[in-house]
Design a protein around this ligand. Sequence first.
Ligand code: SIN
Ligand code: MN
Length: 261
Amino acid sequence: MRLTNTQIARFRDDGFLILPSLFSLGEVALLKAELPRLFAERRPENFREKGSDAVRTAMALHLRSEVYARLVRHPRLVEPARQLLGDDLYIQQVKVNAKAAFSGDVWQWHYDFATHHGEDGVPEPLALNLHVLLDEVNEFNGPIVFIRGSHRRGVAPATLDTETTSYPLWVVDDETVACLVAEGGLVAAKGPPGTVLIFGDTLVHGSSINMTPWPRTIFSLILNPVANALTRHKRPEHQHHRDLSPVAPLGDGCLLVPATG
Ligand code: SIN
Ligand code: MN
C-alpha cells in the first residue's frame, strides 16, 4: 500500500495521518484473539497499571506470537514507512497498549524521541510510530490526542517522569504544551477497529484515563532507519530491539494465512 502525495503532504504539515479501517474486522479479530494469552503471562515485557493488575503495555509481541510476527512485516504498515523513511528500517519496538475499561491510566504529554534519545541514544528524530486500533476508539475511552504541527517545533524540553504511571516516560512541561496547543490545536485519533495511525518522533501526544466500560486496545510498531540506530543499551531489549536487520514486507494477505504448528 502506498500513500498518496496528498497524504504525504498532510503528514509533513500535521505530523500524523489517520487512515480509517485499513485492516478488516476479520484481521483485527485474529490480532485480538492472541491477547488474553499474552496478557496473562507474568514476564517483564508485560507492564501492569500502577495499583492494579490490568496490563498497561505488552511488549516484544512479534517474538511471542506468530500472528504479531506477521503484523510487524505487514505491507500496510511497512510500505508507507519505507516510502517516508527509505528501505532500511529495523523493528525498534512492538507493543499493545491496552487502556483497560474503567482502569486504563493516562499517557502524559510527550514525544517519543525524548525517550528514544534520552534512554537509547538514538541520534535523530526519524523513527515512525505505526498504530493499529484494535477496538473502536471514541472521544470517551482515552483516544490518543495529537497536538497538530507540534513536530515542527523539533526537540522540545523534556524530563523523565518515573512517578505518574507505572511506565517511565520523558514528558513535556505544561507551559510548552500550552504554547503548542495554542499554535496547532488538538486532534483526537478516533476511528473504528482496523484504523491505522502514523506519526513521527517529535509529534507531541498523550491520552487520558479510560473511565468507560469500553476497552481501548492499540497496537504500536516503531520502525527506525538502520543508519539511525540506538547507541546505548541501557533499557531492556523489549523496549528497544537490538536486531537491526531491515524489515521486509510480506504479502497483503499475510495475517489470514493459517498459523503453523
Ligand atoms: C497511548 O497508548 O495512549 C499512548 C501511545 C503512545 O504514546 O504512542
Ligand atoms: Mn508515544
